[in-house]
Design a protein around this ligand. Structure first.
Ligand code: XMP
Length: 516
């Protein structure tokens, strides 16, 4: 395995991800706990992460000195390179001196000497794009090291001590802006550390199952299912670990897509045999939403009501001290405080926002280290059908934020039908996986139409489809006109209450993906 020593960089998890991609097991330990982790893991290699701190600053973090004496290969990245140089007798100078202001963003390095890190990848004389982000720099390397690549801003872009198998890169190989970075890290773990690369999601599953068992013991766990991929994968994994000690709660607030509740019931109860409580709370939600047209008030009501319903169910189930959540790495902001240990802040999860604090329960979050696509891989590993694993994201407040104006049972039913037709067309056209999210919106606008010999006066439906990688920005999906015509025709013909269909051509920004 590989031990990743975390000095608090925002991208430490990306190092772990690249190592996973190379098929090698790794664990991240904050620098304060790294020695303990080393003794427990007996890793075949160590990676030192970057940091928001600077080596010349007073009180900035250091690696446990014993790591350098352990006879294990080490790769220091950015701050990791600097701290290694410093601790082994070299010199690091602060950025704000003289002409030097640091190197940020895309940079080019030139390979000046061969080394084990570059084997089969980079040749002497090659120039390669990398991603730099540093103010401080090494000005004198430690005894035993030599330069193997340089950049304009950092003469010590890559340094190596082949005898001890210590390497340092000033740039960040873990980010995508360093195109060969993943392969460089793979070289480190395979060639330098001699690890085989046979670790897989199946192994991740086993590790997590063992961890969950150790954490929970014979305690009871409640998991709020949203019907989405994350909470489903978390629930299935936890069930594998502790079986009937887990109870899942699915709140049907009446704002779900067509057949969604039935799908969840079938999958969890029948297929996986997971204890599942389905709460039929449609009436409560509809009653609370009656007369409300303000988007934020709708959202707040749904969030608060959701917590209320969930708490009531938890009380009924009774005795659970753990709450399971499908929190992913992007939901987690991790920071390392330089005096104490690691401190972790969790962004309030959209779907169960505020639950942990209110309920005073311990959290079980087996997906905390994973990115969305890795959760999908794990889902497949756990036997979830592709169709489910690849599902588009669906917001916690559900259809309510796709019905501008007042939400009523009738309008939910109309929207559900239109949405189902639209998605069926998208699937039939083979476009589902190329789209990040596609859905219908029911507008509080009525227009005049003609069907047969009759005048109609009905609602307008807007269709939306976007591509995105993280939901933060989005582009409009460019359907061809014939496809949109087909959707419009079917929706107007098949869904009573809609007589006009429009397509939303707004990217994000300036629009948001959802309409409210
Ligand atoms: P916006 O509308 O902000 O949406 O561009 C970005 C992504 O977030 C989803 N979204 C939510 N997800 N609870 C959720 O779980 C919410 O309250 C919520 N609001 C928006 C949205 O569907 C899109 O994927």
């Amino acid at each position: 395995s590989i031990l990743i020593v975390d000095f608090g960089s925002q991208v430490t998890q990306l190092i772990a991800r690249r190592v996973r991609e190379a098929g090698v097991y790794s664990e991240i330990a904050p620098f304060t706990l790294a020695e303990e982790a080393f003794r427990r893991m007996r890793p075949k290699g160590i990676i030192l992460s970057g940091s928001p701190a600077g080596v010349p600053e007073d009180g900035s973090p250091r690696a446990p000195q014993m790591l350098f004496d352990a006879g294990v290969p080490i790769l220091g990245i950015c701050y990791g390179q600097q701290v290694m140089s410093h601790q082994l007798g070299g010199k690091v100078e602060p950025g704000n001196q003289g002409e030097w202001e640091g190197e940020f963003g895309r940079a080019y390095i030139t390979v000046t000497k061969g080394c084990a890190l570059f084997e089969g990848l980079w040749q002497v004389g090659d120039r390669h794009q990398v991603w730099m982000s540093h103010g401080d720099k090494v000005t004198q390397f430690a005894p035993g090291f030599e330069i193997v690549a340089t950049s304009d801003g950092a003469p010590f872009a890559v340094i190596a001590d082949e005898a001890r198998r210590f390497y340092g890169t000033q740039f960040h190989p873990e980010v995508v802006h360093t195109p060969d970075g993943g392969r460089l890290l793979a070289n480190f773990v395979h060639r330098v550390c001699g690890l085989a690369g046979d670790w897989t999601m199946a192994a991740y599953r086993d590790t997590k199952v063992a961890e969950i068992r150790a954490q929970v013991g014979d305690g009871r766990v409640i998991c709020g299912l949203s019907g989405g991929v994350d909470s489903s994968v978390a629930a299935i994994l936890i069930h594998e670990a502790i079986g009937e000690q887990l109870t899942c709660v699915f709140v049907d607030h009446g704002l779900l897509r067509m057949n969604e509740r039935e799908q969840v019931e079938t999958m969890f109860r029948d297929h996986y045999n997971i204890p599942l409580v389905v709460v039929d709370a449609q009436e409560r939600f509809m009653a609370g939403l009656a007369g409300e047209t303000d988007p934020e008030k709708k959202r707040k009501f749904i969030g608060a009501e959701f917590i209320e319903v969930f708490e009531e169910e938890a009380r009924k189930i009774g005795g659970a001290e753990f709450l399971a959540q499908g929190t992913l790495y992007p939901d987690v902001i991790e920071s390392v405080s330089f005096t104490g240990g690691p401190s972790v802040t969790i962004k309030s999860h959209h779907n169960v926002g505020g639950l942990p604090a209110r309920m005073n329960m311990k959290l079980v979050e087996p997906l905390r280290e994973l990115f969305k696509d890795e959760v999908r891989d794990l889902g497949r590993e756990l036997g979830l059908p592709d169709m489910f694993v690849g599902r588009h994201p669906f917001p916690g407040p559900g259809l309510a934020i796709r019905i501008p104006g007042e939400v009523t049972q009738e309008r939910c039913d109309i929207l559900r039908k239109a949405d189902a037709v639209y998605l069926e067309e998208i699937r039939n056209a083979g476009l589902y996986d190329a789209i990040w999210q596609a859905f219908a919106v029911l507008l509080p606008v009525r227009t005049v139409g003609v069907m047969g010999d009759y005048r109609t006066y009905d609602s307008v439906c807007a269709l939306r489809a976007v591509t995105s990688t993280d939901g933060m920005t989005a582009d409009v999906y460019p359907f061809d006109a014939a496809f949109l015509t087909q959707c419009a025709t079917r929706i107007v013909n098949e869904v009573k209450g809609i007589n006009r269909v429009v397509y939303d051509y707004t990217s994000k920004p300036p629009g948001t993906i959802e309409w409210e």
